[in-house]
Design a protein around this ligand. Structure first.
Ligand code: ZN
Length: 114
């Protein structure tokens, strides 16, 4: 079966810059393969959608930084103020939640050169 290259923004079959296969992308693929809904397409961002892509990626990075920073602060706060096992376990759960929140906006990186 020939693999199609599909733009992740306009969802059309187009040529473009390849999306890099990071941990999130490959775990999503693994889940899809398990469920039998993997399409095996090569994901790209077409030239026309590059500006939209940059915006989305930047917004994800900002989001991730804010939530990630908040999670880290919370963890340090707990570590200093209530260094109990339950306190730390609790803040770890919150951290995982916060990071999952930021992943809602997840947008993979493309293999841009230069
Ligand atoms: Zn496109």
């Amino acid at each position: 079966m020939k693999r199609k290259t599909v733009c992740i923004i306009c969802k059309k079959e187009k040529k473009g810059t390849k999306v890099s296969d990071d941990r999130v992308v490959s775990s999503i693929r693994k889940v899809k393969q398990k469920l039998g809904i993997a399409q095996n397409n090569i994901l790209v961002v077409c030239k026309e959608d590059m500006p939209i892509y940059r915006q989305k990626r930047a917004s994800f990075e900002k989001y991730f930084l804010i939530w990630g920073g908040l999670a880290l602060l919370l963890f340090l706060f707990h570590l200093v103020l209530s260094p109990t096992l339950t306190g730390i376990a609790f803040s770890l759960i919150i951290i995982i939640l916060l990071i999952s929140f930021s992943l809602i906006r997840y947008f993979p990186k493309v293999e841009e050169h230069g």
